[in-house]
Write a protein that binds this ligand. Structure first.
Ligand SMILES: Cc1cc2nc3c(=O)[nH]c(=O)nc-3n(C[C@H](O)[C@H](O)[C@H](O)COP(=O)(O)OP(=O)(O)OC[C@H]3O[C@@H](n4cnc5c(N)ncnc54)[C@H](O)[C@@H]3O)c2cc1C
Length: 292
């Protein structure tokens, strides 16, 4: 099979990119459901899809399995995520070789969150401490890897200051990252200010906004509390007005996401990355809304 194109090439096409993020299901039923989601999503021809990497256990093997079939059976350009959690340098090097041998050329390169039950990130024995170390390791192994890294418009929760967080993002860029995908945010002004601050720090690579269409108020409050993203009061008010009606809440979430994406693309943002929670409906509705 021919190796994937580096995603960095896609940014030079001067049209907005659409990418979608999957997570590895826990069981075979979940894998089957994901296949159905992928079948539905083929219609909107995403420029690439990515598959997250868990903190441990069998979902890690599923990341590789899902990446393989999304590439082989659906023809997607697939970007596996990889984290430093629970791996020694030697293991990460072997994984880099396996990913490369599989024809993948794009990796979302992350430190990772601490496994369940742990609050602080502790590097694995002979492992890596920060994502910039993993960027350097992967590039040293295979110079033709095209690496994405995470960026935080509202600052990573562990960073001592926004300025320190940006310096750390710059370390990832200097180590060889090709593009940044951001944590979810719901207020575009936060993204625009982040991009301005990145540019002022000398970060010149594409910065792709991460957008999550809200499904329910409870779920998004839980997610945002975990990752340090703020929820605009106006969005919360609209979601509260939907009461217990899940469909109405989802419609509010889609409308909010559509408004965000329209504004981002109108301002020349290089594309958008959708956190789709393994569901096709939102991505399809947004694609239709944008085409209208
Ligand atoms: C687009 C995207 C995709 C994600 N996918 C996954 C996934 O698949 N699996 C998963 O487990 N998690 C995922 N995450 C979550 C991510 O792992 C967490 O946010 C994690 O806490 C930080 O990862 P990072 O790669 O940004 O870390 P880093 O860039 O290493 O930063 C972590 C913290 O350390 C600080 N720091 C960084 N470098 C240095 C340095 N050299 N010296 C001092 N301080 C430093 C930073 O400011 C930050 O506070 C994703 C996040 C994003 C934005």
């Amino acid at each position: 099979m021919t190796p994937d194109r580096p995603i960095s090439d896609l940014f030079t096409q001067h049209r907005p990119l659409r990418s979608l993020e999957f997570f590895p299901p826990k069981d075979d039923a979940g894998v089957e459901a994901l296949r159905q989601t992928a079948t539905a999503l083929k219609r909107i021809a995403p420029d690439f899809v990515s598959v997250t990497y868990g903190a441990g256990g069998s979902t890690r093997e599923r990341t590789a399995q899902v990446c393989e079939f999304l590439r082989r059976d659906f023809g997607f350009t697939v970007m596996p995520h990889l984290t430093c959690v629970g791996h020694s340098r030697a293991e990460l090097g072997e994984m880099a070789d396996r990913i490369h041998a599989g024809g993948f050329r794009n990796i979302m390169t992350l430190r990772g969150d601490p496994p369940k039950g742990q609050t602080e990130f502790v590097p694995y024995k002979d492992g890596l401490r920060y994502a910039n170390d993993l960027v350097a390791l992967l590039k040293a192994k295979h110079a033709d890897f095209c690496l994405g890294v995470g960026g935080y418009p509202e600052t990573h929760p562990e960073a001592p200051s926004p300025a320190a967080d940006l310096e750390n993002l710059k370390r990832k860029v200097d180590a060889g990252a090709a593009f940044v995908t951001t944590q979810m945010f719901f207020d575009n002004d936060l993204f625009y200010r982040f991009v301005d601050r990145c540019r002022a720090t000398g970060i010149k690579i594409p910065i792709v906004p991460g957008i999550m269409p809200v499904l329910t108020l409870k779920q998004i409050q839980r997610f945002t509390a975990m990752v340090g993203t703020s929820l605009p009061p106006q969005l919360v008010k609209r979601l509260e007005a939907a009461g217990d009606n899940h469909e109405a809440m989802e419609a509010v979430g889609l409308d909010w996401a559509l408004t965000q994406i329209r504004d981002l693309l109108a301002r020349g943002t290089p594309g958008y990355h959708l956190y789709i929670m393994n569901r096709a409906k939102g991505a399809l509705a947004l694609a239709a809304g944008l085409a209208a």
